[in-house]
Design a protein around this ligand. Structure first.
Ligand code: TEU
Length: 612
């Protein structure tokens, strides 16, 4: 596979993966033979949550030098891109998603020199580095906000959303907020500032005031900051809640749901009136005309629909390369995300299948089960209880990575890391969980029930430290970790996984290589099979004369399935599977063991149009 030429120095590493670890350059001709395919279509991204990845100085919080020491592990896995959750100076009210200086590094993570060294070391290994861009809001300790808050006449007043109390209400009292929107982290989306007798908007915590993107100075300041990072050599951005930056400036009340003191403001700030203008302007001001390697941009977009995503990711519109959508990670939510419902496999297939079809030809999907906001997928959609942990983690990986789109791996997912055994609310650190618990219990909910929801869905499940080895604190830190290490690190850890060819880690390695080597994985079209089957996930991918068949048993039992046109698949070679005892060509009807996944390949005699 081609190593990133423009980085030049993409030297061979000493890891097992060696030169394979580098990203592909743009291919000669696209899969349709016309426009060149961008490199990120055959790339795999790995997300690092810096606080919890590797601590080099014993303060219990991960840092940049710690990351640098683990780069060979990541190169060995074969990933092409690293995305870092925020490492900028921050009061850490929301673990760095509250930024007080966009052009620096928080001392807890290191220095700008550490960053430059890390970036060079990433590039030397043929990988790329993508930064988190959090510009829907800043920290309330950002100098922009400090100035804005200093009085109604300051030039930066209009950089944020300041509004007077609701007419006829006593400012600062409940119900006097300028509108009825709720914060994502419980409570109202407004904070009263007694000094200037006005409220400011914060869709997240009160320490995360929303920037007013209507103001052109705000936009230019953000674009300048982005150019500064690109000039430093970073390879793109993951854009935090970027579809929330355009609000209806009238900030109208949302429709009130039964029994809730809040209205649903989301129609007034999700993919708001000027969102496409802003993203196109950002593209012109920041990305267009840059020479050198093409970049990667991915917009995190809660509430985005397939139709909107098609617009956002249409290359002709020059907005973003791909989006993170939330539909599939909401299928097990009840009244809210902590009210957990069992997942129906048919719902998952219908949802992911609709996104596959919806973005076919024009847009591009990003594929993920996990990130720093989601519980661990093996605990959520698999079986983390023991005998089937490895099987179900590898099944989930296979099904996801064989879809059309760019897969994202969240740190520890490649080890089959599980949710954490939180015993009391004191074990949690996440602002979302803590605020939710306090509000629910104050409202009369049974604390044990609330805790059960947090255990299943809380974001801290993803944030427990990376499990490097079986030693104390899992080799993450020599000090006291900021969030307790999962006790199962004695058996689930990187050292054990790298040493075991049958591990989840090596399965991820094989999936990543397959994407690099088999064009049908990146470029093939997608056809869902068996949409009504509650046990088996099945689909095909086809590119030129190669067709892949992907089968996954989402249950802990043996199943037998009749495939449409099953006999035509008989004898197809097994490219990859997670059940060595079932190796060999495909036999129909297909028998799948518990949590078994298989990828078969066949060559079809002629292009599709001549077939029918
Ligand atoms: O998350 C935005 C988001 O929509 C949610 O996933 C959110 O984290 C929460 O779980 C809603 O229930 C992004 C970041 O990924 C998240 O870590 C930040 O807390 C948030 O934005 C604010 O910056």
């Amino acid at each position: 596979m081609a190593v990133n030429g423009a980085r030049g120095a993409a030297a061979e590493t000493t890891t097992e993966a060696g030169p394979e670890a580098g990203p592909e350059t743009t291919t000669e001709a696209g899969s349709d033979g016309a426009r060149p395919d961008p490199w990120w279509k055959s790339a795999v991204v790995y997300q690092i949550y810096p606080r919890s990845f590797a601590d080099s100085d014993g303060d219990g919080v991960g840092d940049l030098p710690g990351m640098e020491r683990r780069l060979d592990y990541l190169a060995g896995l074969g990933v092409d891109v690293l995305w870092l959750s925020p490492v900028y100076p921050s009061p850490h009210d929301d673990n760095g998603y509250d930024i007080s200086d966009y052009q620096g590094i928080d001392p807890v993570f290191g220095t700008l020199e550490d960053f430059d060294r890390l970036l060079a070391a990433v590039h030397t290994r043929g990988m790329r580095l993508v930064m988190d861009l959090v510009v829907n809001h800043t920290s309330d300790e950002h100098p922009w906000f400090t100035e804005s808050r200093s009085g109604p006449d300051t030039p930066k007043r209009d950089w944020y959303w300041w509004r007077p109390a609701r007419e006829g209400r006593e400012p600062g009292t409940p119900g006097a907020e300028p509108n009825n929107w709720a914060s994502f982290f419980s409570g109202p989306a407004w904070e009263y500032d007694p000094a200037s007798e006005a409220y400011y908007l914060h869709l997240f915590s009160r320490k995360q005031p929303d920037l007013n993107w209507e103001n052109p100075e705000v936009r230019q300041a953000v674009y300048a900051m982005m150019r500064w990072w690109l000039d430093r050599g970073v390879d793109g951005f993951r854009m935090d809640v970027i579809n929330l930056i355009s609000k209806d400036p009238a900030l109208p009340d949302g429709a009130v749901r039964d029994g809730s003191p809040y209205g649903d403001g989301s129609p007034h700030y999700t993919c708001g009136p000027r969102i496409h203008d802003y993203l196109q302007e950002m593209h012109r001001e920041v990305f267009a005309g840059r020479t050198g390697e093409p970049l990667l941009t991915v917009g995190e977009m809660p509430g985005v629909t397939v139709g909107q995503a098609r617009l956002f990711t249409d290359p002709a519109r020059a907005e973003v390369d791909m989006v993170f959508q939330f539909e599939h990670v909401g299928l097990d939510h009840g009244a809210d995300k902590f009210d957990v419902r069992p997942l129906r496999l048919t719902d998952l297939k219908a949802s992911l299948g609709r996104w596959q079809t919806g973005l076919d030809g024009t847009g591009w999907n990003s594929l993920y089960w996990n990130n720093h906001d989601q519980p661990r997928v093996v605990s959520r959609f698999g079986d983390d209880s023991g005998p089937y942990r490895v099987r179900s983690a590898t099944l989930l990986a296979t099904v996801l990575h064989l879809h059309r789109g760019t897969p994202y791996i969240y740190q520890g997912e490649e080890l089959g890391m599980t949710n954490a055994p939180f015993s009391s609310v004191d074990d949690f650190r996440d602002i979302e969980s803590l605020r939710y618990f306090a509000e629910a219990v104050a409202g009369g909910a049974d604390p044990e029930r609330v805790l059960a929801g947090l255990r299943a869905m809380g974001r801290d499940n993803a944030r427990t430290p990376m499990q490097w080895d079986a030693s104390r604190h899992a080799g993450f830190t020599t000090g006291e970790p900021w969030l307790a290490v999962n006790p199962n690190h004695t058996t689930i850890n990187a050292a054990a996984s790298v040493a075991d060819p049958a591990s989840v880690y090596h399965h991820y390695r094989r999936l990543i290589s397959l994407r690099h080597d088999e064009p049908a994985v990146a470029h093939g079209d997608f056809t869902m099979l068996l949409p009504d089957d509650e046990r088996v996930y099945a689909f095909t991918r086809r590119h030129a004369r190669v067709e892949l068949l992907v089968l996954g048993n989402f249950t802990g039992e043996d199943v037998r399935v009749d495939l449409p046109y099953g006999e035509s698949w008989a004898g197809a070679e097994l490219l990859l599977g997670n059940a060595p005892e079932a190796a060999g060509p495909l036999r129909t009807p297909v028998a799948l063991g518990p949590w078994e996944a298989r990828v078969h390949r066949r060559t079809v005699p002629a292009p599709r149009q001549e077939e029918s």
